[in-house]
Design a protein around this ligand. Structure first.
Ligand code: MLT
Length: 254
């Protein structure tokens, strides 16, 4: 992977294809490789930038707590290093939260935004408390507990489960704990997104067990101009479960 120093960390990324810049941002607790099946479908038309978010995959993190805006700053730093002023951002789940934080801080740098199996709402107080409990459990028992708990909720497809389980297991406790706390503290950006000046596409599986499609419907209701791309029978990993359909949704932003 290529590497770049930003905000006191090393951010690893892949860059493939050519055309309009499109950054594909992975979810929790994963890596850029979740996009592997859509890359061949998009690389003729897009300059694809695929970061590993701080701490995940080959990117490093620091001991200090961080926010989703810090993670968005990492991506802004990467775009600066690549001399890309404006890009379309597609974020999967937590990657969507990072993309939203980026859009709020750097709206002029966003030419389009796709939320893939994501949401704009903040955590409920119950969900937030649960994240802190999970963070404590990870620090005691390791990342395996998250991988075991999440795998069945990510997809009912055996092949996808076998791909994501080891991917989650190989992440480190500082990355997982840092991201859990950052997600717990994120703000509700639904009202902000409703005012977005850039095109927004919502790609969501009808069978998403982790972020129900109702969360995406809330965005569509607040922002009727958002493009709606429901993928029937997809769970939380549409890019692995239905790559062709996911790529068509992403291409709409091109
Ligand atoms: C993700 O898939 O990125 C996260 O599980 C989303 C979340 O926990 O809110």
């Amino acid at each position: 992977m290529k590497k770049n120093s930003v905000n006191h960390i090393t951010l690893a990324y892949e860059r493939l294809g050519g055309g309009k810049p499109l950054m594909l941002i992975h979810g929790f607790p994963l890596e850029h490789v979740i996009w592997n099946d859509v890359v061949p479908l998009l690389q003729q038309d897009f300059d694809l930038i695929l970061p590993d978010l701080r701490g995940f995959g080959q990117s490093t993190t620091t001991e200090d707590p961080h926010t989703l805006t810090d993670m968005a700053d990492d991506l802004a730093g990467l775009l600066d290093a690549l001399k890309i002023e404006q890009a379309t951002l597609a974020g999967h789940s937590m990657g969507g939260y990072v993309a939203l934080a980026f859009a709020k801080k750097y709206p002029q740098r966003v030419s389009g935004l796709a939320l893939v199996a994501s949401q704009a709402a903040a955590d409920t107080s119950e969900r937030k408390a649960g994240r802190y409990q999970t963070a404590a459990a990870v620090s005691e028992k390791g990342v395996g507990i998250v991988a075991e708990a999440m795998t069945p909720n990510l997809s009912s497809n055996q092949r996808v489960q076998e791909f994501v389980r080891p991917l989650m297991q190989r992440q480190t406790p500082p990355a997982v704990i840092g991201a859990l706390k950052a997600m717990a503290e994120r703000e509700d950006l639904l009202a902000y997104l409703a005012t977005a000046a850039f095109p927004v596409t919502l790609i969501h599986g009808s069978a998403d067990a982790l972020i129900p499609i109702e969360r995406a419907k809330e965005i569509k209701a607040a922002l009727p101009s958002a493009q709606w791309f429901e993928i029937k029978n997809a769970g939380h990993m549409p890019m692995l479960e239905f790559p062709a359909e996911t790529a068509s949704g992403l291409r709409r932003l091109g």
